[in-house]
Design a protein around this ligand. Structure first.
Ligand code: IYR
Length: 221
C-alpha cells in the first residue's frame, strides 16, 4: 500500500490578544439556549450556507471531513420529517423511555409534539459518513473518529447559528433512520443530529435551568 503524498505546509497566523478574544467569544456563547419555540420568519439560504461552512471548518480524523449537511426548507419534506419524528417520539415517551429518563427530562418540559419541525424555516440534518464518498471509480475509503469529528462540526454549527442571532436545538429522534429514507441519502451516511433553525417565536421561553460553574467542570494541575 502506498502512503499518501506529503502536502505542502503554509504559514499559520494565530489571533492577537487571546484573553480578550476568549472573553468576547464566551460572552457570545454563554447566552446560547436550546429554544423549542420558533417563528416562521424566513432566514436566507446565504445565512444557512455560511453557518454550514463554519461547521465544515471543523477538525476531523485524517481530514476526512466525514459529514454531510442537508438543509431542508421544502414544506412537504419538513412535514414528512415531523410526522415520522413524532411517531418515534410517541413510542419513546409512551413505551421506550425509563421512568428515570422521563424524570430527568421533566424540567425541560418536552413532549412528543414537535411543531418546530414544520414551523422553523430550515431543518439542518447532519449526517455522519461511515465511509468516504465514492471516488470516480466508485471506491470508498475509511473515515476515522467519525463521531468525534461530526460532534465537533455540530458544535461549531450550533455556535455559528447562535452567533448569527438565530436559534436551534439538538433534536435526536431515536431511531433516526427515517431521515435517510425521507431525504434519500445513501447507506454510508448515517443520521446524526437534526437542527431546526430560525428566529425565536414571539414570547419564546426557555426552562430556568443553569450551567455548572467553571469550578465544577474544570481542574488545573
Ligand atoms: N428525543 C426526545 C427526548 C429527549 C431526550 C433528551 I436526552 C433530551 O435532552 C431532550 C429530549 C425529544 O426530543 O423530546
Amino acid at each position: 500500500m502506498c502512503p499518501s503524498p506529503q502536502v505542502p505546509f503554509v504559514p499559520f497566523t494565530p489571533a492577537l490578544s487571546p484573553e480578550s478574544a476568549a472573553r468576547a467569544f464566551y460572552e457570545t456563547v454563554r447566552h446560547r439556549r436550546s429554544v423549542r419555540f420558533f417563528s416562521d420568519a424566513p432566514v436566507s439560504e446565504g445565512t444557512i450556507r455560511l453557518c454550514i461552512a463554519a461547521a465544515g471548518s471543523a477538525p476531523s480524523g485524517a481530514n476526512k471531513q466525514p459529514w454531510r449537511f442537508v438543509a431542508v426548507r421544502d414544506p412537504a419534506l419538513k412535514r414528512a420529517i415531523r410526522l415520522a419524528a413524532e411517531a418515534e417520539e410517541r413510542e419513546f415517551y409512551e413505551r421506550r423511555a425509563t421512568p428515570e429518563w422521563l424524570a430527568d427530562l421533566a424540567p425541560l418540559g418536552t413532549d412528543p409534539d414537535k411543531p418546530f419541525l414544520e414551523i422553523a424555516p430550515w431543518l439542518i440534518v447532519v449526517f455522519k459518513l461511515v465511509k468516504t464518498d465514492p471516488d470516480e471509480t466508485g471506491k470508498q475509503g475509511k473515515t476515522y473518529y467519525a463521531d468525534e469529528s461530526v460532534g465537533i462540526a455540530a458544535g461549531l454549527l450550533i455556535a455559528a447559528i447562535h452567533h448569527a442571532g438565530l436559534v436551534t436545538l439538538t433534536h435526536t429522534p431515536s431511531p433516526m433512520s427515517f431521515l435517510s429514507t425521507v431525504l434519500g441519502r445513501p447507506a454510508h451516511e448515517r443520521p446524526f443530529l437534526l437542527l431546526p433553525v430560525g428566529h425565536p417565536g414571539e414570547g419564546a421561553t426557555v426552562p430556568d435551568i443553569h450551567r455548572k460553574s467553571l469550578e465544577e467542570i474544570m481542574l488545573v494541575r
